[in-house]
Write a protein that binds this ligand. Structure first.
Ligand code: ASP
Length: 728
């Protein structure tokens, strides 16, 4: 069913060509690039590439396969490695949970964590596990619903409603089944995925940060890399096997499949593959989209995040408690910031925007050369430009409006209260999803969480920065709420904005529980009648957000149709099938353990070793500090059976030419026999650009070698219980 995706869409189009021979001549996309959806796995010649087991053992919807060992772990990937629900993933994927469980007395982030029995395992708060249950092509249902709709806003809404309908019908709480509809090719193909959900996830093992996050931000997105980026979690279910939140009665989950570990690892040049949940790529987007990213989104966000990180670092400088509070937030922002900086560098180096425009010029020539194509697609690219010309006008304001609540808990809370008061006037079914009875508790707790670990100095600094930025936006991209503050005030804008931030926002009681609870009782007119400046400001923001969201939906509707056509005509032009962009659905990628040339005359080998850990530790900074026990083991050369047979060294990390992106963090790296030989955790700096354009010459991903994982468990932590559980 799902296979239909790759067929050329309309019969009308097919009749444009004498297509039978033409289609037969289609070649599949390059064997190297590609995050293959499950439906495509059987079509790739994995045997030729090096796979030594039957493809059915990798994925077979009719029986148990490696795919059944995979888990989606709140935006990351993990895999089962024991019959008792033990999961291996990245340290950075469990980082938030480890930080939340840490206190100054029991600092698991700093010192690591090791449960020697099930009894000692602790809740990994914030982590949820999803296991794929089934999938189904629902393109025809969705496309049928929008067949006769020409209004773009209506189109977006209808698609969203149909998706919601399908999801609701497929969700089965009693069986712990949740559902999602994923758009594979915009405007063309949609797949309904069902997942089994597990809500009780516990921490089993985390190395100390000085191993699991060795090199910190300095080494993030960088090769050569020496980070032992792994952690172990366990999935628990109620005694009847159903999903349940944490409870002492819960028991370890028995997965249908778990991965076997190959303790001998892998060597340079050998075949490997990865199954995982890559987040988002944008390779099929037009030049205008990449230009928007390059000119607006990437620079603004990386600059803002840098400012936020610096602020948190300064505030936490002499305060260990604050440092712990900020640790996870800093890590998240720094990860995105450096990724965006890498992307910007890559975009400029490759001149990708110009390349894409040039490609589109050639595509236009191809279209124009055929009368039938011209009548169907002649205006396609112009229409895409028109949409982007209009969105670019207000892009700075739209982006700002998307970011402001992330940095101001007070404004986010005021916004919630206003929305709550309005939505609660409506019948349940007409409310926005977040405010429907079944979701309101969760939405409310997310807002209440803003009060935990709240830091007024941080809010003050960030809000001032955002308000000042907004005060400088150009004419078409103004923020009405900020203009309202500045209106008629003769004094310097900084003074007005400063007074607003200090007296109105920080002076408000909005983050006090009693005040908050009381506000939730109020009707919209009662809130307006209060004439509270904070709520006036938040209402103005809300009004502009509504306009911006509506405009956005309209543009999405236009682009949804245009992107679908763009992929169709590009397939004809390139005489080639495409793989859909990553969209957080399960994919397979394969390749080889392989180095590369990041710059002229520089060659990067594909393995690092423990020698590099020791070399880097001499740098003396906190990020490169190593635990004493690790140095002792190194000095004694106590590497056990974990050294590489080829190099004689203890490998730490490895490099390979597989196609991965964010979300692939924690993905199992498997050898030709489907055995676990590493855990994917990053990409090289040059490869951050592969979200827009993949190229074998610079696309390299990074994983931690299983031999290092086992060495740390065995020699460093003496985690015999875990080694026994995983059969070693
Ligand atoms: N380390 C990356 C992340 O956290 C993984 C990747 O994007 O390759 O998103």
């Amino acid at each position: 069913m799902f296979r239909k995706r790759f067929a050329i869409k309309s019969t009308k189009l097919i009749s444009l060509f004498i297509l039978s021979t033409f289609l037969l001549g289609m070649i599949s996309s390059s064997p190297d690039e590609g995050m293959y959806p499950l439906s495509e796995i059987q079509k790739i010649d994995l045997y030729k590439a090096g796979l030594k087991i039957n493809i059915d053992e990798v994925y077979n919807p009719k029986s148990i396969s490696l795919v059944d060992a995979l888990v989606n772990l709140s935006g990351c990937t993990g895999s089962f490695i024991s019959e008792n629900g033990l999961i291996i993933t990245n340290h950075h994927c469990a980082f938030g949970s480890i930080a939340r469980a840490s206190t100054l007395e029991n600092n698991y982030l700093k010192d690591g964590f090791h449960a020697k029995t099930l009894f000692e395992e602790i809740p990994a708060t914030g982590s949820t596990v999803k296991i794929i249950d089934s999938y189904e092509d629902v393109s025809s249902i969705i496309l049928e619903a929008v067949k006769n709709i020409s209004d773009p806003l209506e189109r977006t809404k209808t698609i969203a409603n149909k998706q919601k309908e399908l999801v609701n019908a497929a969700t089965n709480d009693a069986e712990s089944i949740v559902a999602e509809v994923a758009e594979m090719f915009a405007g063309k193909t949609y797949v309904l995925f069902k997942y089994r959900i597990i809500r009780d996830v516990r921490l089993v093992y985390a190395p100390p940060q000085s191993i699991g996050n060795f090199g910190g931000e300095a080494d993030n997105w960088v090769w050569p890399r020496h980070t032992g980026d792994f952690s172990l979690l366990r999935a628990y279910v109620a005694p009847d096997g159903k999903a349940a939140t944490f409870s002492k009665e819960n028991i370890p989950f028995k997965p249908k499949k778990y991965l076997k570990i190959n303790p001998n690892g892998i060597e340079e040049g050998e075949f490997a593959f990865i199954l995982g949940y890559p987040g988002r790529t944008f390779r099929h987007r037009p030049a205008d989209y990449i230009k928007y990213q390059q000119d607006i989104q990437l620079p603004y966000i990386s600059e803002l995040y840098q400012y936020a990180i610096q602020t948190m670092q300064e505030l936490g400088q002499d305060d260990e408690g604050l440092k712990l509070v900020f640790a996870s937030r800093i890590k998240g922002l720094a990860n995105t910031m450096k990724n965006y900086q890498g992307k910007l560098k890559g975009l400029r180096k490759l001149n990708l925007v110009s390349q894409k425009y040039e490609e589109e010029k050639q595509l236009q020539d191809f279209i124009n050369a055929n009368q039938n194509l011209k009548s169907q697609y002649g205006n396609l690219l112009d229409e895409v430009h028109r949409v982007f010309d209009s969105t670019n006008e207000t892009a700075a304001a739209d982006l700002w409006l998307r970011l402001i609540f992330n940095f101001s808990p007070s404004l986010a809370t005021a916004n919630f209260i206003i929305n709550y008061s309005e939505e609660m006037q409506k019948p349940d079914a007409e409310r926005r999803t977040a405010f429907q009875d079944k979701n309101i508790k969760q939405t409310k707790s997310a807002i209440e969480l803003l009060r935990t670990n709240y830091n007024p100095d941080y809010e003050e600094t960030m809000l001032m920065k955002l308000l000042e930025d907004a005060s400088k936006f150009k004419k078409n991209s103004r923020i009405a709420a900020v203009d309202y503050l500045l209106e008629g005030n003769g004094v310097h804008p900084e003074d007005v904005l400063g007074t607003f931030t200090d007296s109105i926002v920080l002076g408000s009681k909005i983050l006090q529980k009693d005040f908050f609870d009381n506000m939730l009782q109020k009707k919209p007119e009662e809130i307006s009648a209060m004439q509270d400046q904070l709520f006036i400001f938040a209402s103005k923001l809300k009004m502009q957000i509504q306009v911006s969201e509506k405009e956005n939906l309209k543009n999405e509707g236009k682009l949804n149709k245009l992107y679908g056509d763009l992929v169709d005509v590009k397939m004809l032009w390139k005489n080639q099938n495409f793989i859909p962009d990553a969209n957080s659905t399960l994919r397979l990628t394969y390749g080889y353990i392989k180095g590369y040339n990041p710059a002229d005359a520089v060659y990067y080998e594909p393995f690092t070793s423990i020698d590099g850990v020791i070399e880097k530790s001499s740098n003396g900074t906190e990020e490169f500090a190593i635990p004493d026990n690790l140095r002792t083991l190194y000095d004694k050369k106590d590497f056990g059976k974990y050294v590489s047979k080829r190099t004689g060294k203890l490998p730490v990390a490895m490099l390979y030419n597989m196609d991965t992106t964010g979300g692939n963090s924690g993905s199992p790296i498997m050898d030709a026999y489907g055995n676990l030989i590493g855990v994917n955790f990053d990409r090289a700096y040059e490869a951050t650009i592969n979200d827009y354009a993949w190229n074998e010459s610079y696309s390299r991903s990074i994983g931690v070698d299983i031999r290092y994982v086992l060495w740390v468990l065995d020699k460093y932590s003496n985690a015999k219980n875990i080694l026994t559980e995983i059969g070693l």
